[in-house]
Ligand binder design. Sequence first.
Ligand SMILES: Nc1ncnc2c1ncn2[C@@H]1O[C@H](COP(=O)(O)OP(=O)(O)OP(=O)(O)O)[C@@H](O)[C@H]1O
Length: 296
Amino acid sequence: MSSILIADNLNYSYAKHHVVKNVSINVEQGSCFGLLGPNGAGKSTTLEILEGIKNPATGQVLYKGLPLSKSYSKHIGIQFQMTALPDYLKVRDCLHLFASFYDNPVDIEQLISLCLLDDAIDQFHYQISGGQRQRLLLALSLINDPQLIFLDEPTTGLDPNARMAFWQLLSNIKKQGKTIVLTTHYMEEAQHLCDKVAIINAGEIVVKQPPQTLLKAHFLNHILTLPFNVNCPVDSAVPQTFRTRNQGGHYIVECNDAQQAITWLNGLNIPITGLNIRPPNLEDLYLKLTGSSFAI
Ligand SMILES: Nc1ncnc2c1ncn2[C@@H]1O[C@H](COP(=O)(O)OP(=O)(O)OP(=O)(O)O)[C@@H](O)[C@H]1O
């Protein structure tokens, strides 16, 4: 796959506050790239540099191999903030208004259907549900048929059903060959949608790879969690095939063979009531790399 967007050694400061530090990324055409990190990590600022809204103090952004030109905004889609829409507009009016900004907008009826907006189309935009709102904002970002779409925390505040519906929508958009760059606080979302993620902490990229590659590199296949940590062995008392730790009041056993680990715990007379077995996820990775969980 070829690169559609390359950022090379970006730095950005608000006055003396250095918030984006030597950030380099490479986004492949047709992929979904996720910027992850806690509040204040620098995700939105990085996104705004990639969108061409902010100029980096150093470094540059290349779109299809070339520095950003004045026409860049015509090739990209940016998720809009609903608060900037006038109150008298209904959903259909919003779509037509945005379509009028471009020479070759997409077919609005097709966009309504793609973004599942049929039920909302005749409502005022401020009266629709959170899920409908996010789908409208996505539709507005797609109105110029962009190849590259930027979404800043697109599912924050949505209930689980609305979030999953939105993921399905993004998958459909990706199938059309479009490239998506998004920020999110939801590790499950990143794992579900993203071909590659960059975890940003305090303005710096900590890791940057496909989720599965990252998880394979940092963890064994299963994570067993016991809801206590009293008298559980760590370090030298643990067979080399397992990795154990006490974390947040829980005893964690990482292993490749869950049955083998349970047999070991049974042999030590450690009760396994409440035992949870699951594959490692990006939340675990973030905890491991930074020592703290995401603050949403
Ligand atoms: N306009 C601004 N003026 C001054 N400081 C700012 C401005 N915008 C953001 N910051 C600061 O820059 C840092 C990075 O902010 P940014 O919004 O990029 O982080 P973020 O990772 O997107 O956070 P969040 O997840 O909370 O949206 C934060 O410390 C923030 O307070």
